[in-house]
Design a protein around this ligand. Structure first.
Ligand code: BT5
Length: 245
């Protein structure tokens, strides 16, 4: 343990891990609520749906283990809450305002600078949720296949990001938003999420279906009107939005 969070839970700082989510998963039976890990590099960074998240030196990779007494169907709203925490922390520490590609990517100038992965750990002795956040802060470059979509904060601001300051601010903002989420399920950050959401008013592509993103519902669903006029609230799955990357 290297430090303590605002709530007194341990915060580990690791030079290199496979995945900060896996790091916490391995201590899921014993770790205190709020335990966090911050890593400089991940060798097996994970995205959603079995995808990988490239986690080179220069980025910030962190996860927080939580034990909320909340119904499982409420847990997905932790993802947009974490995205708002990232936008707030990046604005405070780096002076730039990002936007959110629903539900879990933070973009700066059209490039993804952050991904979020929320996972429930149900099988063990004590169920918990692990919220993982990866930020391309000072990441110098990306492999060719990621160049069209991935970017770093430093590339936009021209200034090196203080990773310790960003980690501290991100943990602080997330902790504050999580404290509000516990009783209200994220309602108090909904207006801010809606302002930050880049999809609204843009095209939605889901598989071969095409539509227009109308807004974000009270439960953080993305409301889409398809070409045939039908409206749908998307709660999960993959929405690809044109014109963002
Ligand atoms: C995510 O998944 O974006 C969630 C990423 C969560 C990463 C954090 S880091 C700390 C914690 N520990 C972990 O192991 N994971 C979490 P998804 O929406 O599925 O996006 C994955 C896709 O983003 C990939 O298929 C690539 O196209 C792209 N990608 C991969 N690495 C990237 C990067 N560093 N920056 C931007 N885009 C990336």
């Amino acid at each position: 343990m290297d430090a303590a969070s605002a709530r007194g839970a341990p915060v580990f700082f690791e030079p290199c891990v496979d995945s900060t989510n896996l790091f916490l998963r391995r201590m899921a039976d014993s770790a205190a609520d709020g335990t966090a890990v911050v890593a400089a590099v991940q060798t097996a960074g994970r995205g959603r749906l079995g995808r990988s998240f490239l986690s080179q030196e220069g980025g910030l990779y962190l996860s927080v283990l939580l034990r909320p007494e909340a119904a499982p169907e409420r847990l997905p709203t932790l993802t947009p809450v974490a995205a708002v925490a990232v936008c707030r922390a990046v604005e405070t520490v780096c002076g730039v305002r990002g936007g959110i590609k629903w539900p879990n990517d933070v973009l700066l100038e059209g490039k993804k600078i952050c991904g979020i992965l929320v996972e429930s750990v149900l099988g063990g002795e004590r169920p918990c949720v692990i919220v993982g956040i990866g930020v391309n802060a000072n990441t110098p470059s990306f492999p060719e296949e990621l160049r069209p979509i991935a970017g770093s904060i430093a590339a936009v601001t021209g200034q090196r990001v203080d990773l310790r300051a960003l980690a501290a601010e991100l943990l602080r903002e997330f902790d504050a938003l999580y404290a509000a989420w516990l009783p209200d399920g994220g309602r108090s950050v909904l207006a801010e999420y809606r302002r930050l959401c880049l999809n609204v008013g843009r095209e939605a592509l889901v598989g071969a279906r095409r539509g227009l993103c109308l807004g974000v519902g009270d439960d953080y669903a993305l409301i889409v009107r398809w070409e045939d006029g039908a409206e749908e609230a998307l709660r999960f799955g993959e929405v690809s939005v044109r014109g963002l990357y």
